[in-house]
Ligand binder design. Structure first.
Ligand code: PLP
Length: 449
C-alpha cells in the first residue's frame, strides 16, 4: 500500500474523521474515483454497490446530470451571496418556501446552515434563546437517547449518545442528559410487550424531567429512526407516549431528520412514518442529494414569535454562518426536491424497501444474525455471538467489522455500526442491485462464520 503514491501522500498529509488513525497509517485509504447511480469505482477500477449512499446521503446516486446543471446555472449567475443582514438570494427563498410547503407539521420559518451538526447546534441555540426570551433562562437542559447520533460539534456531540464521541473531550457538556435507547431487541425485558416497553421508556423520560425539575428541561432530541446507532426503529406507541410527556412539561420536541428526511423511510419525512409532532426539525444530507453541503432548521410559529419579540426588544438575532443558504447549495436542493417529485422517487421507496426485506429476511436463520430490522431503505442486521442469549461479540473481536470488510471485498459498501451492519442504498437503487446486496451480505456473513 505504501508504494502507492496516493496512499502515501494521504497518510502523510490528511486526517480522516471517524477513523482509527493508527490503523490508517498501516493500511492507508481506499480512494474512490468515480460514481454512476448506485455504483462507485475506486482508483484501481474496482466497482462497488454503494449500499450506504455514502454517509446516508447520496439519495439520487452519483451521477445525476440535472444536479450538476442546476449547480452550473447558479455558478454562472451568482456563485455566492450572503444571507446575513437583510440580504439574500432567490434559490434560498424558493427553497425555504418549498420546505414549509412540504413540512410534516405546520412550520413558520426556515434557517439554513451547511451540515447536520450545525443544524443541531442551531436548534439548541434557538431553544435556549426561546426560553431565555420568555424569561425562563434556566429552562435549557436537553434530553436525548443513548446511541442517538446528532453530529460532532460541541453541542451536537453532547446530544449524541455514543461514548466514543465523548471520551477525551469531557463531553457531553453539563445539562445534556441521556435516556435509554428504544431498541426493543436489546433493551426490552423478558415478557415485556413493545407497547409496555414504550410506556416504560416514556416513564423514564417523565421521571428524569421531574428529577431535574421541569423548569430546567427545555427539549428532547430524537431521530425518527436512529441511523448511526445501528438502525433502530421506534417500538410501537413510542413517540405518541413520549410526546404526551413532553407536552405535559412544556418540553420541546426536536426531530433530527438529517438521515430520515426526503424519502429514506418511505415517506417525505420520518416524522410522518413514525408520528412525531416536532417543534423544530433539522435536515441535511438528501436535501441536496449530498452533491453540495446544505442543512436546514424548520422552526414552529411559537418559537419564531418569541424570536421576533426578542428582536423587537434587543435588535439583531445574533447567529448565523457564512455559508448558510449558499445559493449554489439552495439551487441544487431545489432541483433535488423537484426530481423527488417529478420522478416519483419517494413513492418508489416502499416497493424497494419490501425488496430489501425479502432479500435480507433469509439472513435471520443464520447463527450470527440476531435481528434484521428496517424501514424503507434503511436496514440493520444485528450480529450476535449467541442467538438465544442475544449476547453481542466482544468489541475487540470486531466481528461486524469483519463482515463489513468481507462485503467490501465482494463489492458492496455496508457499514458496521456497533453490533449491527447497516445498509441504506440510494433511493434510486435498482431491484437487481438490491438482489445483489442480499447475495453479497449472505456470502460475507458466511465468510466470517
Ligand atoms: N444527525 C444525524 C441523524 C446524522 O446521521 C448526522 C450525520 O450522520 C448528523 C446529525 C450530523 O451531520 P453532519 O455530519 O453533516 O454534521
Amino acid at each position: 500500500m505504501l508504494s502507492n503514491s496516493i496512499a502515501t501522500r494521504d497518510i502523510q498529509s490528511q486526517i480522516h474523521p471517524q477513523t482509527n488513525l493508527d490503523q490508517h497509517e498501516k493500511c492507508g485509504p481506499v480512494v474512490m474515483a468515480s460514481g454512476d447511480g448506485s455504483i462507485v469505482t475506486d482508483i484501481n477500477g474496482k466497482s462497488y454497490i454503494e449500499g450506504m449512499s455514502g454517509l446516508w446521503c447520496t439519495s439520487l446516486g452519483l451521477k445525476d446530470d440535472r444536479l450538476a446543471k442546476a449547480a452550473a446555472r447558479q455558478f454562472d449567475t451568482l456563485p455566492y451571496y450572503q444571507n446575513f443582514a437583510h440580504r439574500g438570494t432567490e434559490p434560498a427563498i424558493d427553497l425555504a418556501a418549498k420546505l414549509l410547503e412540504i413540512s410534516p407539521v405546520p412550520m413558520s420559518k426556515v434557517l439554513f446552515q451547511s451540515s447536520g451538526s450545525e443544524a443541531n447546534d442551531t436548534a439548541v441555540k434557538l431553544i435556549w434563546y426561546h426560553f431565555a426570551a420568555q424569561g425562563r433562562p434556566e429552562k435549557r437542559k436537553i434530553i436525548s437517547r443513548e446511541r442517538g447520533y446528532h453530529g460532532t460539534s460541541i453541542a451536537s456531540a453532547s446530544i449524541t449518545g455514543l461514548p466514543h464521541l465523548h471520551t477525551d473531550w469531557r463531553l457531553p457538556l453539563d445539562g445534556f442528559l441521556k435516556v435509554t435507547c428504544p431498541h426493543f431487541y436489546r433493551e426490552g425485558r423478558p415478557g415485556e410487550s413493545e407497547e409496555a416497553f414504550s410506556t416504560r421508556l416514556a416513564q423514564e423520560i417523565e421521571d428524569l424531567i421531574l428529577a431535574e425539575g421541569p423548569d430546567t428541561v427545555a427539549a428532547f432530541f430524537a431521530e425518527p429512526a436512529m441511523g448511526t446507532g445501528g438502525v433502530v426503529l421506534p417500538p410501537a406507541g413510542y413517540f405518541e407516549k413520549v410526546q404526551a410527556v413532553l407536552d405535559k412539561y412544556d418540553v420541546l420536541m426536536v426531530a433530527d431528520e438529517v438521515i430520515t428526511a426526503f424519502g429514506r423511510t418511505g415517506a417525505w419525512w420520518g416524522s410522518q412514518t413514525f408520528g412525531l409532532k416536532p417543534d423544530l426539525i433539522t435536515c441535511a444530507k438528501a436535501l441536496t442529494a449530498a452533491y453540495v453541503p446544505l442543512s436546514a432548521v424548520l422552526i414552529s410559529e411559537p418559537i419564531y414569535q418569541t424570536m421576533l419579540a426578542q428582536s423587537r426588544k434587543i435588535g439583531v438575532f445574533g447567529h448565523g454562518y457564512t455559508y448558510g443558504a449558499h445559493p449554489v447549495a439552495c439551487a441544487v436542493a431545489n432541483e433535488t426536491l423537484r426530481i423527488y417529485d417529478e420522478d416519483g422517487v419517494i413513492d418508489g421507496v416502499a416497493a424497494l424497501g419490501e425488496r430489501m426485506e425479502s432479500v435480507l429476511a433469509p439472513l435471520r436463520d443464520h447463527p450470527l444474525v440476531g435481528e434484521v430490522r428496517g424501514v424503507g431503505l434503511m436496514w440493520g442486521i444485528e450480529i450476535v455471538s449467541d442467538k438465544d442469549s442475544r449476547a453481542p461479540f466482544l468489541a475487540e473481536e470486531g466481528v461486524p467489522a469483519k463482515i463489513q470488510d468481507a462485503a467490501f471485498r465482494l463489492g458492496l459498501v455496508c457499514r458496521a455500526l456497533g453490533n449491527a451492519i447497516a445498509l441504506a442504498p440510494p433511493l434510486i437503487v435498482t431491484p437487481e442491485q438490491i438482489d445483489e446486496i442480499g447475495r453479497i451480505m449472505n456470502e460475507a456473513i458466511k465468510e466470517v462464520k
